[in-house]
Design a protein around this ligand. Structure first.
Ligand code: MRU
Length: 367
């Protein structure tokens, strides 16, 4: 996507062909800058500190992390150690495990001297595939948007609610949930997006709003608890979100608060769609509740808030009374029964085992 007239992906190789460049998302929306990663340790830090975030981008970055690790030491022991350390950076998004497994399986069978180049090659392919997959998700999602717009009698604006950030900054390009929004906007559909702020890290307010604003998409940032009220008043035509891990039976793990939006959508008859690439499906799990590790992050993300002062300084301030404890669950699980449909690169299916099996007959589904 473009920022200030220049086309960006979220991750790429520096001109030297080996260092990895990312956009530092912890600085958004106040500044748009890049960071150069030279080692697996720096990659692990970038993922854990959320300089990069979003399930597909975490996977792509992890793949480059293995390549950097192998460049430093291509031995079996180094590969095993880097795999474990990178995997431990963030536990919920399954794309990380998928990408690390994929790269490791391809390089482990090679001689140590051949591993680094193969890992770089595969990491680059993972990035290219992600772009193509997200574009396809966008096209399938766009058809859903058109259907809903027609069914509603072609309203002056199609109100879409989204939670967290599942845009181009969460993937390599395009995004998942935001891909159809970009395509709708580009194609002239009058789309307007309600952007949940997404406490505690405010990915909606800081990243989704940044993306949509730079692309010229009409949007309004709302506090996290507003969505239900808007739905009761007919102001939401559909909800679309991304996911960090979707089980083989269609349970959707996504940013904390997604479940409550799904409940409100269900109660109000608002379609609730989830956009995802195949790399986000965890074929090893059926039931998502109690089986997926839900990341617990630093309570300071709840007790403090960061913003820009009137004179341009970035400041972090406490918002709790001294002594009040805080807790920070980063994700929740929306049961499949609340999901209207899964929008994948292969098309749209019901959020169910049969639905996913229909689109992915080649997948190792649970028996
Ligand atoms: O904690 P984050 O910012 O990595 O969480 C991101 C989300 O929850 C996204 O909705 C999800 O990764 C899908 S991104 C295409």
């Amino acid at each position: 996507m473009k920022v200030d007239g220049q086309h960006y992906r979220t991750i790429w190789l520096a001109e030297d062909g080996w260092r990895v460049v990312i956009i530092d998302q912890t600085k958004l929306p106040h500044s748009f800058g890049t960071v150069v990663l030279e080692s697996e340790v720096q990659v692990a830090h970038a993922i854990a500190s959320m300089q990069v975030r979003g399930a597909p981008l975490i996977g792509a970055t992890g793949a480059f992390g293995l390549a950097l690790a192998l460049r430093a030491d291509p031995s079996d022991a180094a590969l095993a150690g880097a795999y474990e350390r990178l995997l431990a950076t963030r536990p919920t998004a399954v794309n990380l495990r998928w990408a690390l497994n994929d790269v490791r399986a391809r390089v482990a069978v090679l001689k140590p001297g051949e591993r680094t180049a193969a890992a770089y090659r595969r990491a680059a392919e993972i990035c290219d595939d992600d772009v193509a997959v997200c574009r396809a998700i966008g096209e399938h999602g766009l058809a859903v948007f058109h259907r809903i717009w027609e069914r509603k009698g072609r309203p002056e604006r199609l109100n879409v609610l989204t939670h967290c950030n599942a845009g181009w900054l969460a993937t390599v390009d395009w995004g998942t949930a935001l891909a159809p929004i970009y395509m709708a906007h580009d194609g002239g559909l009058p789309v307007h997006v309600w952007v949940d702020e997404t406490r505690p890290r405010n990915q909606g307010a800081s990243i989704t709003a940044f993306e949509l604003g730079r692309h010229g998409v009409a949007h309004t940032v709302i506090a996290d608890n507003v969505g239900g009220h808007l739905m009761q008043h007919g102001l939401v035509d559909l909800v679309i979100v991304g996911t960090d891990r979707t089980t083989a039976s269609g349970d959707v793990c996504n940013k904390i608060g997604t479940y409550l939006k799904a409940l409100a959508a269900h109660d109000n008859g608002v379609p609730f769609y989830v956009a995802l690439p195949h790399t986000t499906i965890d074929w090893t799990l059926a039931d998502g509740i109690g089986t997926i590790e839900i990341e617990r992050r630093d309570p300071r993300e709840v007790s403090h808030i960061t913003g820009r002062t009137a004179d341009g300084r970035i400041e972090t301030v406490a918002i709790l009374p001294e002594g009040s404890p805080a807790a920070n669950w980063a994700f929740d699980v929306t049961p499949a029964r609340y999901v209207t449909g899964l929008i994948t690169e292969r098309g749209i299916c019901p959020a169910s085992r049969d639905g996913l099996a229909g689109l992915y007959p080649d997948a190792p589904l649970l028996r």
